[in-house]
Design a protein around this ligand. Structure first.
Ligand code: FAD
Ligand code: FES
Ligand code: FES
Length: 468
């Protein structure tokens, strides 16, 4: 049985754990506030909140219920827009109405859920951050101006509420959420961990499901599957003596928020904001990005340049290998069927490291790269002493540009060497023409991204005009 709390109601169900949460909510529970728009994680009409006990309090995150397996709701609090119903509209709902933030209304429940999720999961409230948290919600009618005004108005209402109350009480007093939210923690504590999710004959292993449920949801909903949480795949991000270790089940949002990552790769969290949207990052795992083996995976691209290693856990034993050795051909991996990515690790970058990630996509936000690239360098007296360089979207696999790196080692940073290096990079890649652009266009993109690394990291030595 899968057991969880849906708004203010206990749910027990023997539905398959792979059932799409959105389908269960709408068809079985007849809660039709969450809408089916794209079913691909793109529109946010299906957004719900998932609350989970962490360090003795409940942490709420927004997710796309169209990509979430029902089994992952076990032991958690699932909140749909109906879960905010009170005698009156909440201040968020009033603000949306008053400021013209809704027209046809199809997107509105998703916006209300994401906005309420922002207030639930942040004690420090800021208008820009609140707007940012709506990045996964798309509206075709309003042009967003009314929605932005609604955010500003709601932040003002929140700020006017007495500061003496704790966060949850403050939100309840201000009527952002109903008072049953106070009882949820106690009720969740009574649910057995992990329940008895079915395990036999599993064909699928699901991390966050953000690739699998887009690519194969029809097969998945008829199949048994294993989940990262059942297999106890770690999700923490740690620093040991000289290594940074990322658990296979860590999400992209965890990487973005990690203190360890912020300390050693300070620009990475800003750059990871270009990865999907908040609800996608809340579910998408690092290992899922690696094993999905898309040539344009963003975190894979970054980890390749960092010379990351994988620890694969099999039924009986484990083994380590470099990430760049993992890819054997298009979607062909050095991985046995029963092997699971348990840890991803890389050397703690030295304090002198220079790091840059570049991604070009058709839209800046909420889009997958056409081409991406990461560079990591150490430089002594204007000479490159260490380099990692990756390129995505320009070959059947995510690439580490070994030959270009070999060329650049011990070279001075100057326009001539950068120009010579890009010619070697052009020989290492083999892009194809597809929906994201022609082979020729992708070559041009990589060339520009490569130049962009050097222009950004060495503004004194590299002059853009001389490169072009
Ligand atoms: C709207 C949208 C936007 C997106 N934007 C981006 C983007 O900007 N950049 C980007 O790179 N990607 C993006 N993606 C793709 C996707 O979110 C990522 O590839 C994500 O990291 C996949 O992780 P997951 O846990 O959801 O994988 P899943 O879908 O759960 O699994 C993908 C594959 O990995 C396997 N797998 C998962 N975990 C493990 C493990 N621990 N060990 C072994 N195998 C495992 C699964 O069996 C499956 O084969 C986007 C997807 C969507 C829907
Ligand atoms: S239906 Fe569009 S994101 Fe889920
Ligand atoms: S109000 Fe129509 S899609 Fe947003």
């Amino acid at each position: 049985m899968i057991e969880f709390i849906l708004n203010n109601n206990h749910v027990y169900t023997d539905f398959l754990a792979t059932t799409v949460l959105l389908d269960f909510i709408r068809s079985e529970k007849r809660l039709t506030g969450a809408k089916e728009g794209c079913r691909e994680g793109d529109c946010g009409a299906c957004t719900v909140l998932i609350g989970e006990i962490k360090n003795r309090s409940i942490v709420y995150k927004s997710v796309n219920s169209c990509l979430m397996p029902l089994g992952e709701a076990h032991g958690k609090h699932v909140v749909t827009v109906e879960g905010f119903n009170q005698e009156e509209l909440s201040p968020i709902q009033y603000a949306i109405v008053d400021e013209g933030g809704t027209q046809c209304g199809f997107c509105t429940p998703g916006f209300v859920v994401s906005m309420t999720g922002y207030f639930l999961s942040n004690k420090k409230i800021d208008v820009d951050d609140a707007v940012e948290s709506l990045g996964g919600n798309i509206c075709r009618c309003t042009g967003y101006a009314g929605i932005k005004r609604a955010v500003e108005k709601t932040v003002t209402v929140y700020e006017q509420t007495s500061l003496k109350l704790n966060h949850l009480d403050k939100l309840i007093t201000a009527k952002f959420i109903p008072d049953y939210f106070k009882t949820i923690k106690k009720n969740l504590e009574q649910i057995r961990k992990n329940g008895n999710l079915r395990k036999s004959n599993t064909k699928y292993f699901i991390g966050g499901g953000t690739d699998l449920y887009v690519q194969q949801w029809e097969e998945l909903i008829q199949s048994e599957a294993l989940f990262a949480s059942q297999e106890k795949i770690p999700n923490e991000i740690l620093q040991t003596k000289n290594k940074i270790k990322i658990g296979g089940a860590a999400t992209i949002q965890q990487v973005l928020e990690s203190h360890v990552i912020k300390k050693h790769l300070p620009s990475l969290n800003k750059q990871l904001e270009l990865f999907g949207s908040l609800p996608i990052r809340n579910r998408a795992t690092v290992a899922g990005n690696i094993v999905n083996a898309s040539p344009i995976g963003d975190i894979t691209n970054i980890l390749l340049a960092l010379e990351a290693k994988l620890h694969l856990k099999g039924k009986r034993s484990g083994r380590d290998l470099f990430l760049r050795e993992f890819y054997k051909g298009y979607k062909l991996l050095d991985k046995k069927r029963d092997e699971i990515v348990e840890w991803i690790s890389f050397q703690v970058p030295s304090k002198k490291i220079l790091f840059n990630f570049e991604k070009i996509s058709k839209r800046t936000y909420l889009d997958i790269a056409s081409v991406n690239s990461t560079i990591i360098l150490e430089v002594k007296k204007d000479t490159i002493t260490k380099i990692g360089l990756s390129a995505g979207g320009v070959a059947p696999i995510p690439l580490h540009l070994n030959k270009t790196c070999e060329f650049l080692i011990d070279k001075l940073i100057n326009t001539e060497n950068v120009k010579a290096a890009v010619e070697i990079a052009m020989q290492e890649i083999s892009p194809i023409s597809d929906a994201r652009g022609s082979a020729e266009y992708k070559r041009l993109l990589l060339r520009q991204l490569f130049f962009s690394h050097f222009i950004k990291l060495f503004p004194q030595q590299i002059n853009a005009e001389e490169l072009l």
